[in-house]
Design a protein around this ligand. Structure first.
Ligand code: NI
Length: 131
C-alpha cells in the first residue's frame, strides 16, 4: 500500500482488463478499488455487505432485484450509488466506464451467490495496484 498520493487516472492507466478491480488504498477494513468496465457483469448478491459505486468516467447502469421487481439505475459520471446487502444486482456499461468501489476487504466481485460467470468477468477480491 502506497504512502504517497495516488492519481486515479494514472492508476487506471496501469491496466486494461475489464471487470478486474485494482485496490488503490484501504480505509480501516475497507478497500478502495478502481475498475474499468464494459458490457455486462453477472447477476450476484453480497449477503453481508453493502457495495458503494462512484462513476469516474462514462456511464454505469446497475440492474437491481430489490423487492419492487427488477429495475435499472443509471449513474452518469460523478454519481454515487450504494447497493444494499442482500440485493441482487448486475452492473453494466454498454459504452464503457471507469468506476470506484468501496467495500470490505475480501469482498468477491461476484458476491456470495451468482449466476454462471461469463469468461470476461474476473472472479477476484481485487488485485494490488500494479499487478
Ligand atoms: Ni456486487
Amino acid at each position: 500500500m502506497s504512502n504517497e498520493p495516488i492519481a486515479l487516472t494514472a492508476a487506471l492507466a496501469t491496466f486494461d482488463a475489464l471487470w478486474s478491480p485494482r485496490i488503490v488504498t484501504r480505509v480501516n477494513d475497507y478497500d478502495v478499488r478502481v475498475a474499468k468496465v464494459g458490457g455486462e457483469h453477472v447477476w450476484h448478491v453480497h449477503d453481508d455487505t453493502d457495495e458503494f459505486f462512484l462513476v469516474l468516467d462514462g456511464e454505469l447502469r446497475i440492474a437491481l432485484r430489490d423487492g419492487d421487481g427488477e429495475r435499472v439505475v443509471t449513474l452518469p459520471q460523478g454519481s454515487v450509488f450504494t447497493v444494499p446487502r442482500g440485493v441482487e444486482h448486475r452492473p453494466s456499461a454498454p459504452g464503457g466506464a471507469a468506476i470506484l468501489l468501496f467495500e470490505p476487504t475480501g469482498t468477491p466481485t461476484v458476491g456470495d451467490r451468482h449466476d454462471e460467470v461469463p469468461g470476461h468477468v474476473d472472479v477476484t477480491t481485487g488485485h494490488p495496484l500494479g499487478s
